[in-house]
Design a binder for this molecule. Structure first.
Ligand code: ZN
Length: 505
């Protein structure tokens, strides 16, 4: 009798625990369903009704890579700015070490440890950003964010040590479909995320955190050979040593400056052998140096502090007219902004679940009409993503603001109201200004003001859509806010302009 009571109590307790745990997991870690499938030719048209997806997917599946590549180029109307990409990941490097903080240069020993990179920045040959990473600040979800533009669920922390192949739409898949050959050297997380995608690879394990030397030599030993080859389009170098230095001795470890020096040598070698000497360059090469996350004073990471989320995005090889140190290193972006920027620079569709916004400076060299086109493509993609969450959202049904010819004032309206109305209104503002700009066929009548207003309208839509997606949709769907992805101060910026308090959907 007693035994059966004990058993009943134990069983009830277990059931209660399971219920409690489920409530916690689904409440605290809301899993946002990602859109399945991949962006294709349809992403270069605006199709409000959907439905052409299956046709487009069918066309794409039967198309050889080189034809798909030219199709994308034809549809986008933009010649890709570069042919080859070197993505150098320095694991755990806080952007502050390279770019400084709050307008101040980095601390002296770090600055002196990276003379080449610092010279590239001060000569305007490199553009660096503090790229805010979303928590959890651990490697696998952050790599996913960079290549897909999407912010994964918090459950990714649990999967960080048991990485599975990435199925959601991402840049590597997009590159693969247009026939890119890819090489990966470094952290084997890439091999787990993208099995079978690399022509050559040498993976290293992040398991031996005590090793700060061999783990990086295993990457660099192939570098000279790879830089001399012309059979790849994407070369990924993922250096784990700096993260390991942090785990052993924190930010102030005596090994930190020598490790930065080693990374600087790699940047120098790549720059001298590819970008600097365009004659020898096997195709126009862009070097992007990023970190997946930062680290605390003690060298830990995973959380949402500034030190951990302050990741780096450094573009070397973009030709733009930035010439002073301040202008080339003070901007902040989000880590997810890397994905749409690279997609648009290399002429592939922006991945389906991207919430990032292109980095404008990367497109400085494009003509005005092309710069507006990349903003338009990014806007269409974000609108499509939001429409998938709000099936009722159809901006086409809104009364369009006519009167293009009456000047700019009549083409934009003050936006307010519900989230749907707000987003459609901002979107229509941008689209109308763009059409108005295009309709002025003579370049003489296209004023800089018209152009700047159109760019500003696109950015207003893109930023609002991104913020709204990150806050409202998580909020409304689950009754919870992931407050550390977008912090309240980020919202103030929008509330100050046209942003109104989001009304519950
Ligand atoms: Zn990492």
């Amino acid at each position: 009798m007693k035994l059966s009571i004990i058993i009943t109590v134990i069983i009830s307790a277990v059931i209660l625990q399971i219920i409690g745990l489920s409530l916690f997991i689904f409440g605290f870690f809301p899993v946002k369903p990602a859109l399945s499938g991949v962006s294709g030719p349809e992403s270069f048209y605006y199709d409000d009704g959907g439905g052409s997806d299956s046709v487009a997917n069918h066309t794409r599946a039967s198309m050889p890579p080189h034809l798909l590549k030219s199709l994308y180029q034809e549809l986008s109307g933009i010649h890709p700015s570069f042919e080859r990409l070197i993505l150098m990941v320095i694991d755990g490097l806080p952007a502050e070490f390279v770019l400084g903080k709050d307008g101040q240069p980095p601390r002296e020993d770090f600055r002196e440890a990276m003379p080449y990179t610092q010279a590239l920045l001060s000569n305007g040959m490199a553009t660096g950003y503090h790229a805010k990473a979303a928590p959890p600040t651990v490697t696998m979800p952050r790599l996913k964010a960079m290549v897909s533009g999407a912010i994964g669920g918090f459950l990714d922390v649990a999967f960080n040590f048991h990485t599975q192949a990435m199925l959601d739409d991402n840049l590597l898949g997009q590159f693969f479909r247009i026939g890119w050959k890819m090489v990966m050297l470094g952290d084997e997380t890439w091999l787990k995320l993208f099995p079978g995608l690399f022509t050559r690879h040498d993976g290293v394990s992040s398991f031996y955190v005590k090793d700060t030397v061999q783990v990086d030599q295993n990457v660099s030993r192939h570098l000279e050979n790879e830089l001399n080859r012309d059979d790849w389009n994407l070369l990924i170098l993922h250096y784990l040593g700096l993260d390991h230095v942090g785990h052993i001795g924190g930010r102030n470890s005596i090994l930190m400056a020598p490790k930065l020096k080693e990374m600087d040598e790699v940047v120098k070698m790549i720059h001298l052998s590819t970008i600097q000497t365009r004659d020898n360059d096997q195709g126009k090469t862009l070097l992007v140096v990023v970190s997946d996350h930062g680290m605390t004073e003690n060298g830990n990471h995973g959380g949402s502090s500034y030190e951990e989320t302050d990741s780096l995005a450094l573009f070397v090889g973009l030709k733009n007219d930035l010439s002073d140190y301040a202008a080339s290193s003070c901007d902040s972006i989000y880590q997810v902004d890397i994905a749409p920027t690279l997609a648009l620079l290399f002429g592939v569709p922006i991945p389906k679940n991207n919430v990032g916004v292109l980095i404008s400076e990367a497109f400085d060299l494009l003509t005005d009409d092309k710069q507006l086109r990349v903003l338009e493509l990014n806007s269409w993609q974000l609108l499509r993503l939001i429409q998938a969450q709000l099936p009722g959202l159809s901006c086409r049904n809104l009364p369009s603001h006519d009167g293009f010819t009456d000047g700019l004032a009549s083409t934009t309206v003050e936006c307010s109201g519900s989230m749907e109305k707000m987003l459609c209104c901002l979107y229509m503002n941008a689209i109308n200004l763009h059409s108005s700009w295009k309709s002025k066929s003579l370049s003489r009548s296209k004023s800089r003001d018209d152009y700047s207003c159109t760019v500003a309208a696109y950015h207003q839509f893109l930023k609002t859509a991104k913020t709204c997606w990150l806050t409202c949709f998580w909020d409304c769907g689950n009754g919870h806010i992931i407050s550390n992805i977008i912090r309240p101060h980020d919202l103030h910026e929008y509330r100050g302009s046209t942003w109104r308090e989001p009304t519950p959907l």
